[in-house]
Write a new protein. Structure first.
Length: 163
């Protein structure tokens, strides 16, 4: 995990957005132009050593609601049928590689799977959008971004995540 530690104020902001205190270490990787958190990047392990498969978490309430509407109207099955399975597999592989690169405790049980812990296919469009907004090459997240209103969130395409 990068050394960027969120301030106490930022931790409180994220707790409000999650509706509970964050379960582990994180950093804010995407913000609205005014600074509000949009996507957090979680450490691969919670404080107690439990694996955390969800690397990128969409915390922006407007985007979460919009993606929930896409999902509730059959978006998961529709996008899974529409997208090349190799592109979906590539998104899972990129996500897992990024998460694995952040592991600080290789002696602990490790998180597994791709986006949100999924091994194949699609499960959570929120996690795919979060990964895409954070800069991963995620065809699912890119497709979701075209179906929602990002507003002023992205004045330019997202920069790749370093690491």
């Amino acid at each position: 995990m990068t050394p960027e530690v969120p301030s106490a104020d930022e931790i409180d902001q994220v707790a409000v957005l999650l509706g509970r205190p964050p379960a582990g270490r994180f950093r804010i990787v995407v913000r609205r132009p005014g600074g509000a958190p949009v996507v957090i990047e979680n450490a691969p392990h919670l404080e107690d050593g439990t694996p955390m498969p969800t690397l990128f978490w969409l915390v922006d309430p407007s985007l979460r609601e919009q993606v929930s509407r896409v999902e509730s109207h059959g978006g998961v099955k529709r996008l899974e049928a529409a997208l090349d399975p190799e592109l979906i597999a590539a998104a899972h592989a990129a996500y897992a590689a990024r998460r694995d690169a952040l592991v600080e405790h290789p002696d602990l049980p490790q998180p597994s799977g791709g986006v949100g812990g999924t091994r194949t296919g699609l499960k959570c469009l929120h996690a795919h959008l979060a990964a895409y907004l954070a800069g991963l090459d995620d065809a699912v997240g890119r497709a979701v971004s075209r179906e929602i209103d990002l507003g002023a969130l992205l004045p330019a395409p997202p920069a790749p995540v370093e690491g």
